[in-house]
Design a protein around this ligand. Structure first.
Ligand SMILES: [Zn+2]
Length: 249
């Protein structure tokens, strides 16, 4: 008798990247990519995070040897924004979505891994405001989580955006109706990303006139989105070959 083999499936991270990218493509955003080994300039300085800035401590960094070359494993996908703006500054407006692998030098536990995925978006052009960002994010989450999804902004701080916001999406599991919901802890909201208006200093760094042009940028951890969507409670399962994840989802 012939032995049958189980069918293979795409990893949930790959599925989520493809689903998200297809939504952003429909919204007019094109995919941009960049190197995982970055220079200190693109990863930090160009994004308005100079060496003496306290915010730099937030990014625990894998530095590559020899240290004097100041090369590192990128700690976020934001350097791609700089590279893309440098290349296309004379061809505005731009709208990009950047999915990619990122790295942090930190101890691993159920919610932290040394390697994880981010996705971020950037739009630069004339007359772009926070309202535009809110509009595309609402559209994105409605397509991802269903027509009831809502988005809320809370004030925050990031060196590369001003003003900056934390972005919450309404809980797609309980719609705010379950006081004991494990996803939103009964608040009805899930913290999913950060963003804001591109800091004029960042535009200046790439040679874009911030008096003429404005832009918004946002970024989120894809792993967290995958964990929320599929009920995965330990990020390490995503990278350990846990076969329970390779089910039809
Ligand atoms: Zn909930």
């Amino acid at each position: 008798m012939e032995k049958s083999h189980p069918t293979g499936y795409l990893h949930p991270i790959t599925q989520t990247i493809r689903e998200a990218v297809s939504i952003w493509n429909d919204l007019g955003f094109e995919v941009a990519e960049g190197p995982e080994i970055e220079s200190e300039y693109y990863n930090f300085d160009a994004l308005n995070i100079p060496a003496d800035h306290p915010a730099r401590d937030l990014w625990d960094t894998f530095w590559l040897k020899p240290i004097k070359d100041r090369k590192l494993l990128r700690t976020h996908t934001s350097p791609v924004q700089i590279r893309f703006m440098e290349k296309h500054k004379n061809n505005l407006p731009i709208r990009i979505i950047v999915p990619g692998k990122t790295f942090r030098h930190e101890a691993t536990d159920a919610t932290h891994e040394a390697q994880f995925f981010q996705m971020e978006g950037l739009a630069v052009g004339k007359g772009i405001t926070l309202a535009n960002m809110k509009s595309v994010l609402i559209t994105f989450f409605k397509k991802l989580y269903g027509p009831n999804a809502e988005v809320r902004f809370r004030p925050s701080f990031f060196p590369f955006t001003e003003p900056s916001v934390e972005i919450d999406v309404s809980c797609f599991k309980c719609l705010g109706k379950d006081a004991h919901c494990p996803l939103c802890k009964g608040t009805g909201w899930i913290e999913v990303m950060g963003g804001g208006m591109v800091n004029p200093k960042v535009l200046l760094n790439v040679g874009i006139d911030s008096k003429k042009y404005t832009g918004f940028a946002f970024g989120f951890g894809l792993d967290r989105l995958v964990m929320l969507k599929y009920g995965v409670d330990d990020i390490r399962s995503l990278y350990s070959g846990d076969l329970r994840l390779w089910q039809p989802l």
